[in-house]
Design a protein around this ligand. Structure first.
Ligand SMILES: [Zn+2]
Length: 121
């Protein structure tokens, strides 16, 4: 990706070594989001231990954003999940590349949908 060198180091790190990556063998909830503009697809899983995990296809920015999300969720009580927002590093990237905003937002929008489904149960 040609714009990759100016991504912030932390974003690059998460894209290369995504946290909480993988499909759990058992999960209590799952939600997939798609960004047709970029071909991104991200699936979030809530496993039985209430850990948020993900798998993604598509661009590095979407993967990094999902990794930030699962990391933020792991550091927050479940009651605070609805208030999680992309961090400054991600917002900086989205500001630099407005066309990539969807890539950053996709995991977070998918997460909001997952929480909405859980709230209805
Ligand atoms: Zn993308």
């Amino acid at each position: 990706m040609s714009d990759e060198p100016i991504y912030q180091a932390k974003v690059l790190d998460h894209s290369k070594s995504p946290r909480h990556y993988g499909e759990p063998s058992r999960f209590v909830a799952r939600r997939t989001g798609v960004n047709p503009l970029c071909g991104d697809e991200v699936t979030l899983y809530l496993d039985e231990a209430q850990v948020l995990q993900f798998v993604s296809k598509g661009c590095a920015l979407c993967r990094a954003s999902a990794s930030f999300l699962t990391t933020a969720a792991a550091a927050s009580p479940r009651s605070g999940w609805s208030e999680l927002v992309p961090g400054a590093e991600l917002r900086d990237v989205a500001r630099a590349f407005p066309s990539r905003l969807r890539c950053v937002e996709l995991p977070w929008q998918t997460f909001a949908q997952l929480l909405g489904e859980l709230a209805q149960e």
